[in-house]
Design a protein around this ligand. Structure first.
Ligand SMILES: Nc1ncnc2c1ncn2[C@@H]1O[C@H](COP(=O)(O)OP(=O)(O)OP(=O)(O)O)[C@@H](O)[C@H]1O
Ligand SMILES: [Mg+2]
Length: 589
């Protein structure tokens, strides 16, 4: 899978016509696609041969031709009809197989790319947008190819086949068809287009309804708690009545335009029938009774094929747009560049900031600047400071999510810019502010990414994180499902699982963004003990909110507006009576 999914990422999608991109995506299956076209043309032949054979059967009857003619015609048509089945199966294999393979490759390429894109990209582009690309855009592309192949090819073969037969049997009627068919198709297409706009309006109302319902259900606890049921229902009633009005309008419009299109098509059919009958009656161009039937039948099929072709235009436009939208992500330039950089095989944990600054792309001034700090292996550094002071930015620099825009960041003496961050991060654990759990068991959440972790090491990590006690009390123990985002656990329990997850990796560098949410004193004490075990012997950067963490730190770095204001231990800083004392009086107390 990896080799087939990596190649699409090297392609240049930007500034390329989406049709070429499609050609590129299907390059492996090109032969199959052509085979599918061939098979489809043969399989679809009854549609355009049927009027011809019907004509010859009628002529056999009317002109009392030998009965063998009838048998031959029937034999031919039966044969064509029966082989439709195996041909159709073959066609589905060829086309749908190619389309699904293309879709899968595209999805896999998208997922691979998302894993490579920088955290900066992910913080800018919402998860919903990316999700829509993997799910919906790829589906739209698949549908476009399927529909264009199926209905487009069908319509094209019918048009070509039909016109060729008319040209051979009744060449005098070719001009009539060339004028009447597009004209009728235009009228019918116009009428159907009106239908489509109304359909879209209705669909929009349905979407509004669906978002309203989800909003309503989400708000039910709030609504109930404040006794606002009446208000909520009133809001729904408005949406419902709009949906009712637009639904009834849609039905009426559907009825009117649908019926009009039908009438136009058939009136033109009857007119052609009558015209051809007249020509045949007066024996002008040697038109047989069979030809009359054939011509009227062709008029309807050819007109329908033309409108079908016209109807494909929006499907194709939408599909190509999706191709472009997927291509944008596949070629997004904001990759975390690790190729060819030095692999990290061991980490002691000395981290040195040499006048580091970082300015976010859209920020007017640097979020961190003149940041100079030398951290010894195993040291615990607590970052404190007001909101927006740049604490999280410093953590992100250490993880390598963002790079210094000025100055250097050295890991064990090597500039972090020259390292393969993926190998460096094997020695790093991050405990984020909000513990991020996924819907799986406790075991899976703790051992995330550590495939070789056995039962004993998971339990040891949970024990050190002060979590084993509550895990063992759960009915399924380690195999308890935590629910989406860990919804079935309390805040303190989630934090301790996150700590266990960090512990099991036995990291050299630890990044900790302490949760601001207050826990009750017992949970607080349990989390605190777990933290102490976690920090021991590792280089730790912690954004500290708890006084106990700050006190336990080897060094406290007080930040303000991106700069270091003071550094020192708790006692030193208190004695100095500067920024820390002010902060200490307020926030960290
Ligand atoms: N992704 C971003 N893009 C642009 N600006 C950002 C981004 N992240 C943070 N900033 C800005 O950088 C500055 C420092 O932010 P940072 O998140 O490092 O602060 P903090 O000290 O962690 O604050 P808090 O205690 O509230 O978490 C802020 O002014 C913020 O607006
Ligand atoms: Mg922060």
């Amino acid at each position: 899978m990896a080799s087939s999914s990596e190649r699409p990422l090297d392609h240049r999608y930007r500034d390329e016509h989406p049709v070429r991109t499609l050609g590129y995506l299907f390059r492996a299956d090109r032969r199959r696609l052509w085979a599918a076209v061939g098979v489809f043309t043969v399989k679809h032949s009854p549609v355009w041969l049927l009027p011809l054979i019907t004509a010859s059967i009628i002529d056999t009857v009317v002109q009392h031709q030998p009965i063998e003619h009838l048998l031959l015609s029937t034999g031919i048509i039966l044969f064509i009809l029966v082989i439709n089945y195996p041909l159709h199966v073959l066609y589905v294999r060829l086309l749908y197989g190619s389309v699904r393979r293309m879709g899968t490759a595209l999805r896999s390429a998208l997922c691979t790319r998302m894993q490579q894109l920088s955290i900066g990209y992910h913080s800018r582009v919402s998860a919903g947008v990316l999700q829509a690309k993997v799910v919906r855009d790829v589906e739209t592309v698949e549908q476009m190819v399927q529909q264009t192949a199926e209905t487009g090819l069908g319509a094209l073969t019918v048009l070509t086949g039909g016109l060729v037969i008319i040209a051979v049997r009744t060449p005098e009627f070719v001009p009539v068809f060339v004028i009447v068919v597009p004209a009728a198709a235009l009228v019918v297409a116009r009428l159907r287009a009106r239908l489509r706009t109304h359909n879209e309006r209705f669909r929009h109302e349905v979407e509004t309804l669906s978002s309203r319902v989800s909003e309503m259900t989400r708000l039910i606890p709030v609504t109930r708690a404040h006794g606002l049921e009446g208000k909520a229902l009133h809001r729904m009633d408005g949406t419902l009545s709009r949906l009712l009005t637009s639904g009834m309008r849609l039905d009426l419009v559907n009825g009117r335009f649908g019926s009009l299109a039908w009438v136009v098509l058939n009136v033109v059919g009857v007119l052609v029938l009558a015209g051809a009958a007249l020509v045949s009656y007066y024996d002008v161009w040697g038109v047989t009774p069979g030809d009359v039937v054939m011509l009227s039948a062709f008029l309807t099929t050819l007109t329908n094929s033309t409108t079908t072709l016209a109807g494909l235009a929006p499907v194709i436009t939408k599909g190509l747009e999706s191709v472009r939208s997927v291509g944008e992500v596949l070629q997004a330039p904001e990759l975390e560049d690790n190729e060819g950089r030095a692999e990290v095989t061991s980490v002691r944990g000395a981290v040195v900031f040499e006048n580091v600054a970082h300015a976010y792309e859209d920020g007017d001034r640097p979020a961190v600047r003149d940041f100079g700090l030398s951290v010894r292996p195993g040291e615990t550094v607590a970052l404190v400071g007001a909101s927006g002071a740049g604490k999280s930015t410093v953590l992100n620099l250490v993880i390598g999510f963002i790079r210094p825009t000025a100055g250097r960041l050295l890991l064990d003496g090597t500039d972090i810019n020259t390292l393969d961050l993926r190998t460096y991060r094997r020695f790093v654990s991050v405990v984020p502010q909000e513990s991020i759990l996924f819907d799986g068991t406790i075991r899976e959440n703790v051992a995330y990414g550590m495939d070789d972790a056995d039962e004993e090491s998971v339990r040891a990590a949970l024990r050190d994180a002060n979590a084993l006690e509550f895990v063992d009390r759960l009915p399924q123990g380690l195999d308890t499902l935590v629910g989406e985002r860990g919804a079935r656990l309390s805040g303190g329990q989630r934090q301790r699982l996150a700590i266990a997850r960090a512990l099991i990796r036995d990291p050299r560098v630890l990044i900790l963004d302490e949760a601001t949410s207050a826990l009750d004193t017992r949970s607080e004490a349990l989390v605190q003990q777990a933290l102490v075990r976690l920090l021991r012997g590792r280089t730790t950067f912690v954004v500290a909110h708890r006084l106990s963490t700050v006190r336990g730190a080897d060094r406290i770095v007080v930040m303000g507006e991106g700069r270091i204001l003071e550094t020192g231990t708790h006692e030193e800083l208190l004695r100095r009576g500067g920024a820390y004392t002010q902060l200490h009086g307020g926030q960290v107390a």
